[in-house]
Design a protein around this ligand. Structure first.
Ligand SMILES: *Cc1c(COP(=O)(O)O)cnc(C)c1O
Length: 237
């Protein structure tokens, strides 16, 4: 076992990683003729300790992402003094939607009607308003989460109509073995169609540590970046 870094060393490590990611985003925006202010960095803190979130908040991070309902809930409880916006980015079991609605400000991963219904009930029960993105499956493989492209407009409609929820936009993960540019260009098309019906649904959540440049080039408004800021995660058990 190696010693964990001292708190100061860890904060400096995170500071320099964040600076590097912001520089990548700025360059990608320059190349795409976009302004960095139009792109929100969501730092994905899943599997990392809550002390890292405290460091990130001190470094000016506002948007953080968690993948698991229970882990997110625990961390939110230890960060209530901080002005953070919590993004839920992982696949959600329907029965956990009520618990999720208690802490998530934005849920990126809604891909079926039953989840819309449960989140809506949960949001009402905890008297919160939850922003919801439709997760789009760009390869039609339902195992990895995401609604097939053909179901997106009906889901968007259902979210927009659901009490306690508001429709933020769309999200996708670039499928394995597909060039990210191609995947994100398709997502941009889906986003345009959703916006035609719901002008307020401006969010396009795409791009992770390895493909954020491609996502910015295709119009992403939100990047979900974990390892490039926090380091490699230990493999999930
Ligand atoms: C873990 C995760 C990320 C962050 O991935 P990195 O490669 O660590 O940047 C982004 N999106 C989703 C849906 C994730 O589960």
């Amino acid at each position: 076992m190696t010693e964990p870094p001292s708190p100061t060393a860890r904060r400096e490590e995170l500071r320099s990683a964040l600076t590097a990611v912001h520089a990548r985003i700025r360059r990608a925006c320059d190349d795409a003729g976009r302004v960095p202010g139009d792109v929100t960095l969501v730092v994905v803190t899943k599997t990392y300790p809550v002390t890292d979130i405290h460091h990130l908040a001190a470094l000016g991070v506002v948007d953080v992402g968690e993948a698991r309902v229970g882990e997110g809930s625990d961390k939110v409880a230890h960060c209530s003094h901080l002005p953070l916006r919590w993004h839920a980015i992982g696949q959600v079991q329907t029965k956990k939607a009520g618990a999720l609605a208690r802490w998530a400000d934005v849920v990126h991963s809604v891909d079926r009607q039953r989840l819309v219904d449960s989140l809506s009930r949960g949001a009402l029960a905890s008297e919160r308003c939850v922003e919801v993105l439709v997760q789009v499956s760009l390869d039609g493989d339902p195992g990895r989460g995401g609604a097939p492209v053909g179901e997106v407009s009906a889901l968007a409609e259902a979210i927009a109509a659901a009490p306690g929820l508001c429709l933020g936009g769309v999200m996708a993960v670039a499928p394995m073995g597909v060039e990210p540019e191609k995947a994100f260009a398709e997502l941009a098309d889906v986003a345009r169609r959703v916006r035609a019906d719901h002008p307020g649904a401006q969010v396009v959540s795409a791009g992770m540590s390895d493909d954020l440049e491609e996502a910015v080039a295709c119009g992403a408004t939100h990047l979900r970046v974990g390892t490039a800021v926090l380091g490699s995660r230990p493999p999930l058990r």
